[in-house]
Design a binder for this molecule. Sequence first.
Ligand code: S3P
Length: 435
Amino acid sequence: MKKLMSRPTNGLHGCLTVPGDKSISHRSLMLGAISHGQTTIQHFLPAEDCLSTLTALQGLGVDIQRTGTTVQVTGQGLHGLRPASGPLQMGNAGTATRLLAGLLAGQPFDSTLIGDASLSQRPMERVRQPLQLMGAELELTAGHLPMSIHGRNLHGRRSQMAVASAQVKSALILAAIQADAPSTIVEKLPTRDHTERLLTAFGAEVATAADQRTITVQPQPQLIGQPVDVPGDFSSAAFFMTAASIVPGSRVTLQRVGLNPTRTGLLRVLQRMGGQVQIDRLANVGEPLGNVTVTAANLRPITLTAADIPAVIDELPLVALLAATADGISRISGAGELRVKETDRIATICSELRKLGVAIDEQPDGFVIDGRPAWQVKDSKLVSHGDHRIGMMAAVAALRLTTPLELTGAAAIDISYPTFFEDLSRLLPKTEVRV
Ligand code: S3P
């Protein structure tokens, strides 16, 4: 049980550089592994999820050396991975699992992927089905992990995606680079494009049409190892942007944050809600980058629908928190994907915010919040449900309140942000730090 920090007298203040992006850290390792030559990754995120990818790739015969946040990958080429000696343990990492499914589907050996209790309940049919249409052979256990992958020769084709998911899209792209002919992938809605950007930097031919959701992939590229400078994770910075917005008196700058527009929906949400956001762009590192300063503000309610969701998918717990402070009714719909995240996030957001006295109605594909500037705490014992983002949402919510709160399952935060509480304490006055 962790005691959470309650409202700091004068708000949160200061500058913070959050750790490297989780999505880009996973992908840099994988692309480094299948390239020729060396890939040096700077600002890698050494959190549990990315370490699952690192260990899995080592299990596939890739030499990877890590010192802190610097990682050296010795590429094996597209045809140089070796069969692992046993099942690959993916832990909690959905991204690692689904991307590796696409990569391993085209390798000339069998692999098995397993995961923790949460990952073992997440849907895998969404990757099996489209990969099978490319000639892959994947066996699931009632639609879930364990997943057995029997490597096959893959065929280029046109895939129409049934879900808006960057993980599924990336699995198809990683299969497509191993196929015998070009492939076209049509997304339901545009999602994060880190795989496309990185693959292009490594020498592949991946083109996105003007509609932002039709991707053409040329097969069998000669990938060449590259230096990768990973931007700060927007999804980690988002917790402090939200805290700065809802804790009166705050002003916080997040430095070197990734500003890929497929990820920054929360900035647009904040602006639409009347939040005070200043963006100072820095030189691009293959991904847009910048410093973001957020100042506390009184917020207006907001309505989000399906088309808004992909760019804010991991920040919806924070959107709920922002809406909970905004006077009036906010409606979030078209977000059914939240039900199949690390937890059923519609249920876990509702359960934790209700404890704080927030009027939130659970909907099949989202939630409706009747926001109020002041909440009446009903239960001070919050739980992460084993979900890193729910744990961090709880810690940010506590900063709005004077009632002391406790969090069970804070260790889950290590999945994406092991130094979260240290970083938070840097924004608090020394005399008040108790996190
Ligand atoms: C991710 C894609 C998203 C996101 C996840 C990371 C990625 O998942 O929620 O945290 O790195 O591709 P979906 O593809 O399931 O939407």
